[in-house]
Design a binder for this molecule. Structure first.
Ligand SMILES: Nc1ncnc2c1ncn2[C@@H]1O[C@H](COP(=O)(O)OP(=O)(O)OP(=O)(O)O)[C@@H](O)[C@H]1O
Ligand SMILES: Cc1ncc(C[n+]2csc(CCO)c2C)c(N)n1
Length: 262
C-alpha cells in the first residue's frame, strides 16, 4: 500500500537540501492574530489569499512583525493575491489599498452557508489544474484559538475537502487530516515541532488504529469520543507512522524557540 508522507518543512526558515519542497504551497490568512511565523509561510507559498477580515490582519499586523522597517514598505511587500469572503469584516480602506496594488477581490456575500475559509479553499481548488492537485498543500494561518464555532468550522473544512492537503496552523500547534486506510508516515522535524501530539477520530469512531513512534502507541486500538482519544501523547523520534480504519486528526505542538524570520 502507498505511503503518504507528511512534513512540517514549511516551518523551516530556509529549505534545506534534504527538505526541498515536493509540494506547492498556498497560504490562507484568517481573521485571527497573525502567527509569528506568517512571513515564513508567506515566503513558502506560491499563492496567498486572505479570507475576508484576514486582509485586515495582514494590513494591520504584518508591519509589527518587522518593527525596524517602514510600515508602508512592509505592506507593499506582503500583498495578497486574492481577498475572498462575504466581505462583512474586511475594511474598505484595506480593500482599496490592496486593489491599488493589484489584489483580486472576490465578493461571495451571496453565500451565507459556507465559511470564508471554505470559500478560499474552493477558490484554490478551482484554479489548480487536476494534474497539480496531488502536489497542492494549503497552509491556513490563524485557524485555532479564539472562537470555538470558528475552530470547529475550520476543522470541518478539513473533512469537506478530504482529498486536498490542508494544514490548520496557530502559534501553538498544527492540525491536519490523516485519511483512513492509508499508511501515513509523519516526519517530525524536532527543531520546529513536537513533542506533544494527539490523534483524534473525526466523524466516527475508529475501530482500529495502529501507530509507531509515539510514547503511547496504539496497537489495533479502538478510539472514540466517550472512550479513548489520544491526547497528550509524545512523539519519540523522527518518524511517526499511523494506520487507521477511520479518518483521524493529527495534531502536534509548534516549538516557541524557533527562529521565525524568513
Ligand atoms: N476567532 C476565530 N477563531 C478561529 N478562526 C477564526 C476566528 N475568527 C475568524 N476565523 C476564521 O477567519 C475567517 C474569516 O473571518 P471573518 O471574521 O472575516 O469571518 P465572518 O464570517 O465575518 O465571521 P462571523 O462569524 O464573525 O460573521 C473565518 O471564516 C474563520 O475561518
Ligand atoms: C445551519 C446554519 N447555521 C449557521 C449558518 C450561518 N453561516 C454559516 S457559514 C456563514 C458565512 C460566514 O461568513 C454563515 C452566516 C447557516 N447558513 N446555516
Amino acid at each position: 500500500m502507498e505511503v503518504v508522507h507528511h512534513s512540517s518543512a514549511f516551518l523551516l526558515p530556509s529549505v534545506a537540501p534534504d527538505h526541498r519542497p515536493s509540494l506547492n504551497y498556498a497560504l490562507i490568512v484568517l481573521n485571527q492574530r497573525l502567527p509569528r511565523f506568517t512571513p515564513l509561510l508567506w515566503q513558502h507559498a506560491q499563492l496567498r489569499l486572505c479570507a475576508d477580515g484576514g486582509a485586515n490582519r495582514v494590513f494591520d499586523e504584518m508591519p509589527g512583525l518587522f518593527p525596524h522597517e517602514d510600515a508602508v514598505a512592509v505592506r507593499n511587500r506582503y500583498k495578497p493575491d486574492v481577498i475572498k469572503g462575504d466581505m462583512d469584516s474586511v475594511r474598505t480602506d484595506v480593500v482599496d489599498f490592496y486593489i491599488k496594488l493589484g489584489t483580486k477581490v472576490v465578493d461571495a456575500s451571496h453565500d451565507q452557508d459556507t465559511t470564508d475559509l471554505h470559500k478560499c479553499v474552493s477558490f484554490i481548488c478551482d484554479f489548480t489544474p487536476d494534474l497539480e492537485k496531488s502536489k497542492l498543500c494549503i497552509l491556513v494561518a490563524g485557524a485555532l484559538g479564539g472562537r470555538f464555532d470558528h475552530e470547529v468550522g475550520n476543522i470541518n473544512v478539513l473533512c469537506r475537502f478530504k482529498d486536498t492537503r490542508i494544514i490548520l496552523i496557530s502559534d501553538d500547534c498544527l492540525i491536519h487530516l490523516l485519511p483512513k486506510a492509508q499508511n501515513h508516515e509523519i516526519h517530525v522535524l524536532s527543531s520546529v515541532v513536537g513533542p506533544h501530539c494527539g490523534l483524534i477520530p473525526i466523524g466516527m469512531p475508529s475501530r482500529s488504529t495502529t501507530t509507531t513512534g509515539l510514547q503511547w502507541d496504539l496497537s489495533d486500538t479502538e478510539m472514540k469520543f466517550g472512550g479513548l482519544v489520544s491526547t497528550s501523547n509524545i512523539a519519540k523520534g523522527e518518524t511517526v507512522t499511523v494506520h487507521s480504519d477511520s479518518d483521524l486528526l493529527w495534531t502536534i505542538s509548534i516549538k516557541k524557540s524557533q527562529d521565525s524570520s524568513p
